[in-house]
Design a protein around this ligand. Structure first.
Ligand code: FAD
Ligand code: EPU
Length: 346
């Protein structure tokens, strides 16, 4: 394992923010991780774990060791009737893993097609799209504790998954390095096509009895029509979470804003699309210098090139203030803000 010095992270985050890392190493094994942690401990530097960099916003250079997780490998652990457990290295690209499952006639993650990033980061925020979250297929994961170097197995009850949440984004934030994730997949198929747009696209494709591959293709086509490709325009997907409010709050807002959409979220709460709130506050398609709000999906903030993390952060704060003023709703950031102060020492 090579430890490099003063490396630009511009190509390692999908916002394309050009901050520098004091030290940088790509790890391809569990042993590499231990070696890297020993280095960081001796150098008295904190550690940042990086996957595909598709859900981070860098706001300063990092006087730290950045560990890019590149641990590969997918293997079948067991099969029992129609249930198969697949283990994947944390550095596998998520979408490649979805394609691997489809090629092997395994279902359960087809709705999560084309989400950027790595397998190891997927449990961090319980990635979700088109009516499915990885919580539904999560079996367990293996992770190394940064402070002790010890490995732990996390079962579903340990991970505390929520909407774009897990224990790794809360109490254990930055404290564990996930190196392997195990998934429960299925050889039979129960299509999940409740999310509006999927049905429309499948109808256009004349797929009345869609296979998992058909659903994956439909999801890919919807995503490509809405979301900016980070290879062309810097972004990290949804910048904020969709706010979840009590039904009474929603009903009051609905009187003032009759077109306000809302989706049931348990018996007493409603999830409101943040995109609607941001658009109504006048931000859709707006530019502030080199950064701005995407013109097709206002939940996505973009870096048109050369923008820095603080400019994006400032833009996000102005949007939060306006949405708060207009609707009385506070938007919570989904993207992980990364600076020197947010990192853990081994
Ligand atoms: P990174 O950005 O590298 O890291 C994210 C966080 O996880 C950081 O705090 C990092 O320190 C930590 N981390 C990363 N790897 C590990 C590890 N192995 N062990 C411990 N900690 C780790 N997300 C959705 O849920 N649904 C979507 O539909 C969706 N669409 C997107 C569309 C676009 C165009 C983009 C750019 C992003 C989208 N995202 C979406 C967000 C993003 O793809 C996911 O959050 C993804 O899981 C991030 O993976 P990553 O490897 O890039 O993580
Ligand atoms: N909308 C607007 N204006 C727009 C676009 C959307 O008002 O310009 C409103 C509409 O009411 C629309 C609703 O927002 O029906 C929902 O839009 P969309 O289906 O595009 O989804 P989203 O709620 O904005 C969420 C996730 C995405 C995920 C999609 C599909 C969050 C924070 N975001 O977006 O995840 O891909 O649903 O399931 O939950 C991500 O997390 O990075 C991400 C992209």
């Amino acid at each position: 394992m090579k430890i490099q010095e003063n490396i630009s992270l511009k190509d390692y985050n999908t916002f394309g923010i050009a901050v520098k890392a004091k030290f940088f190493a790509e790890v391809i094994s569990k042993e590499n991780i231990i070696e890297a942690l020993t280095f960081a401990k001796n150098a008295k530097k904190p550690v940042l774990i990086l996957g595909g960099g598709s859900n981070v916003l860098f706001t300063s250079d990092l006087d730290a060791l950045v560990l890019k997780i590149n641990i590969r490998g997918i293997e079948q652990i067991s099969q029992d009737k129609d249930k198969v457990i697949l283990a994947a290295g944390a550095g596998e690209m998520w979408h490649d893993f979805v394609l691997y499952s489809l090629e092997n006639n395994l279902t359960g993650i087809e709705n999560l097609s084309l989400i950027p990033g790595t397998v190891g980061a997927a449990p961090m925020q319980n990635i979700g799209a088109y009516g499915v979250e990885i919580k539904a297929v999560f079996h367990s994961l293996e992770a190394i504790e940064i402070s002790s170097g010890l490995s732990h197995t996390f079962l579903p009850r340990d991970v505390n998954f929520g909407y774009r949440e897990s224990v790794f984004k809360k109490g254990l934030k930055g404290k564990y390095i996930i190196y392997k994730v195990n998934f429960n997949l299925s050889t039979s198929h129960v299509p999940n096509i409740g999310y509006g747009d999927i049905q429309k696209i499948l109808a256009k494709m004349n797929q009345a009895k869609p296979t998992a591959k058909n659903i994956s293709d439909a999801v890919i086509s919807i995503r490509q029509s809405k979301l900016p490709d980070p290879k062309r325009v810097g972004n990290a997907g949804s910048f904020f979470k969709n706010p979840v409010v009590p039904v009474e709050v929603y009903n009051k807002l609905k009187i003032a804003y009759p077109t306000l959409p809302g989706y049931s979220n348990g018996p007493s709460h409603i999830k409101i699309p943040a995109a609607y709130l941001i658009e109504s506050a006048g931000w859709k398609g707006k530019k502030l210098g080199k950064v701005g709000v995407h013109d097709k999906q206002p939940l996505v903030l973009v870096n048109y090139g050369g923008g820095n993390g603080n400019e994006i952060l400032e833009l996000s704060r102005e949007i939060q203030l306006d949405v708060q003023k207009k609707f009385g709703i506070s938007l919570e950031r989904e993207v992980n803000l990364i600076n020197d102060k947010s990192l853990i020492y081994p």
